[in-house]
Design a protein. Structure first.
Length: 84
């Protein structure tokens, strides 16, 4: 959904660098995958087409933080107890 974002903190030798991938338009989402030593964060449309991708070496990634937008369709996030 628009506003979904993923923050990636990468070791750049003597310092760290922070990158963000944001779902910039309505209907787009951000997907994260780790394959063969590469962390890949992509902005994807509703139909599944990749708009843009950021790739990082997994050994250099210090943190990967997902910031989902709260859903309004009545969906309960996993971290909340559905009984309350």
């Amino acid at each position: 959904m628009k506003g979904d974002r993923v923050e990636i903190v990468v070791d750049a030798g003597d310092t760290t660098r922070t990158y963000q991938v944001v779902a910039s338009r309505a209907g787009r989402r951000v997907e994260t995958s780790v394959r063969r030593g590469v962390v890949e964060v992509s902005e994807v449309t509703r139909s599944g087409s990749v708009v843009r991708t950021a790739r990082f070496m997994a050994t250099r990634v210090l943190a990967l933080v997902e910031h989902p937008v709260p859903r309004t369709d009545g969906e309960v996030p996993l971290r909340e107890d559905p009984g309350t």
